[in-house]
Design a protein around this ligand. Structure first.
Ligand code: AMP
Length: 389
């Protein structure tokens, strides 16, 4: 048996796993995913090169999170019989006010994280279900929680607060910010490969199904477009992004919607899907000739520009922009529509480099523009391996 670490990312209806060596810089051995937990669940496992090792249909309603983990582990053992699991790293969306770094999980920590469930009801209970399943499967292994909020825990007061009565701030109604594992990875890549930018002021745009921007100064987060929840800021695949709270009151008081109905609208039926009426998926929208698809993309890219401008104000300048996430890494159109109207800010795009998907896409203006593929699983694996000492 050789020591490995397992990474777990448990969502509402999915479970992603990664098998890494337990080195200081872990090497990926395999990644897997169970999709549609609770429905027609299916498991796939791939090797480090992305080749499929196996697939398994888990049957209609045949798996909860524990069952999904059991099935994934059985397939892992079949392909990597020599891999012993010494540590498990978990993605946990909310670490509250306390955690600015990964933490070893024990009963007391788990109980405190469960108290944060009302702050992230769509994610935290599923993350913690994954923790409980992994503790049962690997009672001897070190279990480590890695938080989406941790990277943002040292924002200045003005970027941490809402203009609400102060007692709400003291009770935890704050701007937490999310996507922290992705930003942590990008900060590391900037330090490694772009030290001058790392030392400066960078707006990092994580643009995927969820989307946010982090203002990073000297590799540390000073502001996030996401707030108390992962609903604020940019419009996303199905989430609304920034919204006048008066609209919520209107929907409840005048339109007679229940809180649950408003929640469903803001999280599941808004953003790119809501505006286009076609899809939450950027590839589908880019391929569509329906004008509503163009309008949805135009709103998305406008909001990104607006928030980059806001980050420049928060950071008192802008030395770089980094694009990451499924859209940021792959959509030349979105990067072009974000950057082209920002020449006033010193942004100049190299059109050919952008279309070719190059790693550096600026034309040498004042602002460096980079495309860096993110790797949240690696950040979790590093934390789990570090916990082994
Ligand atoms: P993520 O949540 O990071 O996996 O990102 C998912 C989003 O990335 C979806 O909206 C996809 O349509 C988008 N995406 C992935 N590949 C491309 C591509 N080649 N062009 C445009 N969008 C893409």
């Amino acid at each position: 048996m050789t020591d490995h670490v397992l990474t777990l990312n448990a969502g509402s209806s999915s479970l992603k796993i990664g098998l890494f060596t337990a080195a200081a810089e872990p090497e990926v051995r395999a990644t897997g995913a169970v999709e549609r937990i609770g429905g027609a669940a299916a498991l796939t496992l791939e090797d480090a090169a992305g080749a499929t090792l196996g697939t398994r249909d888990l049957g209609e309603g045949g798996a909860d999170h524990a069952g999904a983990l059991d099935a994934a582990l059985a397939m892992l053992r079949e392909h990597f019989p020599e891999a012993g699991i010494a540590a498990v790293g978990h993605r946990v969306v909310h670490g509250g006010q306390d955690h600015d770094a990964p933490v070893r999980l024990d009963d007391a920590v788990l109980a405190r994280l469960a108290e944060l469930e009302p702050f992230a009801p769509l994610h935290q209970p599923h993350n913690l279900a994954g923790v409980r399943a992994a503790r049962a499967a690997f009672p001897e292994a070190v279990q480590v929680a890695c938080f989406d909020t941790a990277f943002h825990r040292h924002h200045p007061f003005v970027n941490d607060v809402f203009g609400l009565p102060r007692e709400l701030y003291d009770r935890g109604v704050r701007r937490y910010g999310f996507h922290g594992l992705s930003y942590d990875y990008i900060a590391g890549e900037l330090a490694r490969a772009h030290p001058a930018l790392h030392a400066g002021r960078v707006a990092v745009a994580h643009l995927g199904n969820g989307a946010s921007i982090c203002g990073m100064v000297q590799g540390r987060s000073v502001a996030s477009t996401m707030g108390f929840t992962a609903l604020d800021g940019l419009p996303m695949g199905t989430r609304v992004g920034q919204l006048d709270p008066g609209v919520v009151l209107h929907l409840i008081e005048q339109e007679g919607m229940s809180a649950a109905e408003v929640t469903g609208m803001l999280y599941k039926r808004s953003g790119l899907l809501g505006l286009s009426g076609i899809s939450n998926d950027m590839r589908t929208l880019e391929a569509s000739d329906d004008p509503r698809a163009d309008e949805a993309i135009a709103y998305f890219t406008f909001r990104i520009r607006r928030e980059i401008g806001a980050m420049a104000a928060a950071m008192e300048g802008l030395d770089g922009i980094v694009f990451t996430g499924g859209i940021g890494e792959n959509s030349a159109r979105v990067r072009r529509e974000v950057c082209a109207p920002m020449s006033w800010l010193g942004v100049a795009l190299d059109a050919a480099a952008n279309e070719a998907g190059a790693a550096r896409i600026d034309a040498g203006g004042d602002v460096g523009v980079l495309v860096i593929p993110t790797d949240e699983e690696r950040v979790i694996a590093r934390a789990a391996a570090a916990a082994l000492g």
